[in-house]
Design a protein around this ligand. Structure first.
Ligand code: SF4
Ligand code: FES
Length: 248
């Protein structure tokens, strides 16, 4: 395949970026999107040019690092896949592909296609944990029965990989889907009840401090989420928040 790539290049967060056009040839349908960028970077390095910086780690849909806006869609045109799981067979010979970083005030550009998602880490640190007694009286987790339906919903919420596609898809750059998945994974379990009140309040407060926008129930986040995280988590987080606030 012969393609035209239009890629966002930006030296750092303090300077203006711009789209740069790169023609590329010899791309196979079986290559992943990141392998296609590897081919481009090899060509750029061989010519003595700066390679395009992009984030990646596992390359199998687990770590959430490979967050790219491809032709205006987070993680590209396929559903329920990350950028590293997207294959070039999803494009046609002669296509032009526009590649940008995830755009949000709370995700500043580090370089080219890499953004700083430390804001997500700080939301996690604000409440994404449970306290466990380690004084020698630790209770075996299996001694607390958990309803199967709740366990399944908690597990589904825990599959969020923190990629940020929900934020990039939202017209308000809201982080409600991410934060609600993290709140839900504990809210559904008995082990998560001890800190439940502070957890939801602290995580929502941190989300607001980081500068994410409000949720307006458009649902673009759920459609673009590579892990199929449900909007039901946002409804659950809103209930948790109301209940925590009414307790004072
Ligand atoms: S909710 Fe989905 S889109 Fe948002 S960070 Fe988690 S996995 Fe990514
Ligand atoms: S590189 Fe880890 S999810 Fe894509």
């Amino acid at each position: 395949m012969k393609l035209t790539l239009k890629i966002w290049r930006q030296e750092n967060a303090n300077v203006k970026g711009k789209m740069v056009t790169y023609p590329i040839d010899g791309i196979e349908g079986d290559m992943s999107f990141l392998e296609m960028l590897d081919v481009l970077n090899e060509e750029l390095i061989n010519k003595g040019d700066q390679p395009v910086e992009f984030d990646h780690d596992c390359r199998e849909g687990i770590c959430g690092a490979c967050s790219l806006q491809i032709n205006g869609e987070p993680h590209g045109p396929d559903k329920l896949v990350t950028t590293c799981q997207l294959h070039m067979r999803s494009f046609k010979d002669g296509d032009t592909i526009v590649i940008e970083p995830f755009r949000a005030k709370a995700f500043p550009v580090v370089k080219d296609l890499i953004v700083d998602r430390g804001s997500f880490d700080r939301i996690q640190q604000a409440g994404g944990y449970v306290s466990v007694n380690t004084s020698g009286n630790t209770i075996d987790a299996n001694s607390i029965p958990v309803n199967k339906h709740d366990a399944d919903d908690s597990f589904a919420a825990a599959t969020c990989i923190g990629c940020g596609a929900c934020v990039a898809a939202c017209k308000n750059a809201s982080a409600m889907l991410f934060t609600s998945a993290k709140v839900s994974q504990y809210a559904l379990l008995p082990q998560g009840q001890v800190e439940a009140t502070e957890r939801v309040q602290n995580m929502v407060r941190q989300m607001d401090i980081e500068g994410f926008g409000n949720c307006s129930n458009t649902g673009a986040c759920e459609i673009e989420c590579p892990k199929g995280i449900s909007l039901e988590n946002i409804a659950r987080m809103n209930r948790e928040y109301m209940s925590a606030t009414s307790k004072g």
